[in-house]
Design a protein around this ligand. Sequence first.
Ligand code: FEO
Ligand code: CA
Ligand code: CA
Ligand code: CA
Length: 584
Amino acid sequence: KEAEAASGSAFKFKEISHGYDATAHVPEGYEIQTLIRWGDKVEAGAAAFDVNKLTVAGQAKQFGYNNDFVGFLPLPFGSKKSDHGLLAVNHEYTNAGMMWAGLPEGDAAELKLSNEQVEIEIASMGMSVIEIKRTNGKWAVVDSSKYNRRLTGSSPFTVTGPAAGHDKLKTKEDPTGLKVLGTINNCAGGVTPWGTVLSGEENFNGYFGGSPETSQWAADFKRYGVTKDSFYSWSQHVDRFNVDKEPNEAHRFGWIVEIDPYDPTSTPKKRTALGRFKHEGANVILNKDGRVVAYMGDDERFEYVYKFVSDGKYDPAKREANMDLLDKGTLYVAQFADDGKVTWIALVHGQGPLTAENGFNSQADILINTRKAADLLKATPMDRPEDVEANTVTGKVYVMLTNNNRRTTEQINKANPRANNTHGHVVEITTADHAATDAKWSILLVAGKPGVDHGAQYHRATSDNGWMSCVDNCAVDSKGRLWISTDGSPSAAGVADGLYAVDTEGMMRGLSQLFFQAPSGAEVCGPWFTPDDTTLFIAVQHPGEDKGSTFSKPSTRWPDFKDGMPPRPSVIAITRKGGGPIAV
Ligand code: FEO
Ligand code: CA
Ligand code: CA
Ligand code: CA
């Protein structure tokens, strides 16, 4: 197997072994630098991090918690510089039991947080932008750069697109329906050709509470999972997260946000044309006719895959001309037929069932309640669509389907081929025209351990270390090679989460090789390559989040390994010792 993999694969490196321990692992000849950790300084004037004295003002200028998406944008804009640029990072959620000494493990809602602790959580979410530079092989954050910026759960955002200003988005604090405070639960994302960053507001429902079942929006709340027993306790402390006090605030989350990291004074936007659901992320590809197409997943069991096609065309000569491309266009949802065909169905007001009789009085109604519209259009329920990303070299689109332990044998179809799918699979979409309403799909791999997990499917040369479980994020390097990272392997498969190099073309299609292993409890996010592939950025999220882990007794103290310091979610840079492109 080793010889066959070594001779035929597009990737050249010595595969590492599956395992589970307190630290991170890379192949022989590679090294890891910790670039930035939760609490490290981002904005000028940030207080020094003291894990025993967290403050709202400090956290609002420090690197946030649970880094997820990572996007590298070269400086200056438009260059292919790979030793200097901006890094945009999402901060998805918090682990209160590991942020504060003395708190037990458990749902944040049950932890009896103080008002201040909730405000610290809100300040630790959102996004960070940092300027970074590589000097003599060492990456570092540029101290007090004008680009360094935190967006938190209370930073101002402007709502744009067809739902902007709609009555359902108006609140007591914002009667215009145009100004939202904060972005939350930002999971994956993408970088646009015009140098902005897209970020998905995913499990926003977990921050709301009150009595949603008696609200005028009860059906809508049910479809989106807004419940009275929310996972976090914010609704007990901050009125706008209590649906009894502010019934419309929940409509203001669940969007794709777009930020311009090159302009630190810009107000980020919530792009309503891309629909409202539990957005994993959005990845843009430039179509052959100049329009831009964003592929997106709604990450929950039996939810859908979407794409947005812009009306306008990308103008490579004029950056400003592209800034609102994502406000006008058509949103589609996917049907995956057993004969290998994908049909993209438009979510357009007045077409098919999307009419007033079904509660849709306008395009805004469709966008605010996208899930209901997609149900009526009979989209194909998938096994938790996570990252959906087009390979900008080959044009193929990869759909990470992380798992679905609720699919029954009766609910199997060819695109979701397993009941009790605990390990997930990857679907590949092929099309010559990303704006078209049809395409073809096939399965790239079915995750799990071959010979043990029913249906697991890879290239036969995949080693005992190359199988994976719970695919989540993916990245494509400059050579068009696919990298897949996982979230959930420890509980589903008994091995640490990792990053896998996966061949997609030729004789070795479906060959998977393990390149990176995370410390215990962590999932692997990002990932992202510099334009020359010499650096791979990875966000190590929730290290130490195993069962039984708390501030005082975590399963790891990565990356500091200091007594009294809990594990810290951190972004790392992986490079080759002595330099050079990765896996060549
Ligand atoms: Fe936040 Fe779908 O992972
Ligand atoms: Ca994810
Ligand atoms: Ca990705
Ligand atoms: Ca995840």
